[in-house]
Write a protein that binds this ligand. Structure first.
Ligand code: NAD
Length: 256
């Protein structure tokens, strides 16, 4: 018996990286999963089997996010969990060099996208006895880093939005939490490695090893780690956990 047997979950950015880890773990725990991504591939679903779906969605569009939620309700007759995980990293440029287009992209996906998912979910969860919203923030939302002002600000906004929504939805039986991963080994990290380390063609394995040395548990985090935390937050075991911004850093950064 899985922790999430019979539950229906939407996971944005579920096609790869941390979101894929959540998709795989939720499916293993018995949930039916809707993978919502810009261009989701059926191959992941074929591998998982079951009644899972892949839906092409841009989280920046309120219309598409509302449609995704309604479509899920129509097809499955229920919605229990929404994981707002889709996100983008910024270019690493200093604030003085940032463009309006980059502002719109980073804040559009990381903040408006999470807001769109939260609002669509809240409209449903207000009318049922139980619901779960889980947002992927970052430890960088608690501790800004130089050269990543837009990303830092966007993730602080996710943490604060999560807290405010938790205060609103507690009385409806819905919990709202954010996960704050540290440095995680995903396609995003590989693609942005050059901007983090200031090299044009960085040696990924070498930097992965160096990153692990700076993490007390001795490795970078993965989608499996996020999947495990998200599955717990989505389960009945976490009924009393809401408004939290849970660190998932292997000790890389320790905060309240
Ligand atoms: N990798 C890390 O070190 C790290 C650390 C902390 C937090 N995070 C956060 O975790 C989340 C996932 O990161 P990741 O490393 O797995 O990234 P990733 O780039 O590997 O995967 C992100 C997924 O989101 C999808 N996506 C992007 N924009 C979208 C949009 N507008 N609409 C729908 N889907 C969209 C992408 O297609 C992709 O499948 C992000 O919110 C990221 O900010 C990542």
């Amino acid at each position: 018996m899985g922790k999430l047997d019979g539950r229906v979950a939407i996971i944005t950015g579920g096609q790869r990286g941390l979101g894929e880890g959540v998709v795989r773990r939720f499916a293993a725990e018995g949930a039916t999963v809707v993978v919502a991504d810009l261009t989701p591939a059926e191959s992941l679903l074929d591998e998982l089997g079951g009644a899972h779906r892949a839906v092409a969605v841009d989280v920046r569009s309120a219309e598409q996010m509302d449609g995704l939620v309604q479509d899920t309700l129509t097809r499955y007759g229920r919605l229990d969990i929404v994981v707002n995980n889709a996100g983008v990293m910024d270019s690493g440029a200093e604030v003085a060099d940032l463009t309006d287009a980059e502002y719109d992209l980073v804040l559009g996906v990381n903040v408006r996208g999470v807001f769109n998912g939260c609002r669509a979910a809240a409209r449903v969860f207000r009318g049922q006895p139980r619901g779960r919203i889980i947002n992927t923030a970052s430890y960088i939302g608690k501790k800004a880093i130089a050269g990543h002002a837009l990303y830092s600000a966007s993730k602080a906004a996710v943490i604060s939005l999560t807290q405010a929504l938790a205060l609103e939805l507690g009385r409806y039986g819905t919990t709202v939490n954010s996960i704050c991963p540290g440095t995680m080994y995903t396609p995003m990290w590989v693609e942005k490695l050059g901007t983090f380390v200031g090299e044009e063609n960085p040696d990924v394995e070498q930097w992965r090893h160096r990153a692990a040395e700076g993490i007390p548990v001795g490795r970078m985090g993965t989608g499996d780690d996020v999947g495990a935390m998200a599955a717990w937050l989505a389960s009945d075991d976490a009924d009393f956990v809401t408004g939290a911004a849970l660190n998932l850093t292997g000790g890389e950064a320790v905060f309240f």
